[in-house]
Design a binder for this molecule. Structure first.
Ligand SMILES: CC(C)(COP(=O)(O)OP(=O)(O)OC[C@H]1O[C@@H](n2cnc3c(N)ncnc32)[C@H](O)[C@@H]1OP(=O)(O)O)[C@@H](O)C(=O)NCCC(=O)NCCS
Length: 152
């Protein structure tokens, strides 16, 4: 399987298609609207298969020159655990370093919430070198958010 990762123009339809491919219940209904809005304008990276299907998407929100946020990452179910998430982040990190960015943050469901799927997401970010900073209550409706950062 040959996968190409590239920065590209925002494409809300593609982001919606990849999000729709996640297992039921992964994305909360209120978050779908947020992601859809973000996908129309945020810095966008796609992982593209040989047949041109976009199999992974990453949306990046630059907050300051020094720090950016991985706002959304998603890989289609059939392509999980094949290194695509790792490659999407590597592309972001390469560009961020070249721009002088020092910090990448991501927010995901906090460890006090029992959902095992997000334990897997935290394991992914942990493996990518992100450190847990703080579990934040009140940022999202009814769910704890975990702020994670990676220093470049
Ligand atoms: C998180 C996500 C983007 C990771 O994408 P991926 O392409 O499957 O990740 P990779 O194959 O690059 O994984 C890299 C490493 O992270 C860790 N990892 C990834 N998925 C994991 C899981 N389910 N359980 C434990 N560790 C995991 C592993 O160490 C893995 O390396 P290995 O496969 O050699 O053991 C993907 O699981 C996903 O789309 N999840 C649903 C949406 C989501 O949670 N997005 C993030 C919040 S915005």
């Amino acid at each position: 399987m040959h996968i190409t990762v590239r920065r590209t123009e925002p494409d809300a339809a593609v982001a919606a298609s990849v999000l729709a491919d996640l297992p039921e219940g992964y994305v909360l209904p209120h978050a779908v609207a947020d992601y859809q809005a973000a996908a129309t304008h945020m810095v966008t990276y796609h992982a593209v298969a040989e047949d041109a299907e976009v199999v992974g998407v990453l949306l990046l929100e630059p907050h300051f020159r020094e720090s950016v946020e991985v706002y959304l990452m998603a890989v289609r179910s059939a392509y999980l655990r094949q290194g695509i998430g790792r490659r999407l982040l590597a592309a972001v990190e390469g560009d961020a370093r070249a721009f002088g960015t020092r910090l990448i943050q991501a927010k995901t469901l906090g460890p006090s919430h029992p959902d095992p799927r997000y334990a897997a997401t935290r394991a992914f970010y942990d493996e990518m070198g992100f450190l847990p900073v703080e579990e934040i209550h009140g940022l999202w409706p009814d769910k704890p958010a975990l702020l994670m950062v990676r220093v470049l």
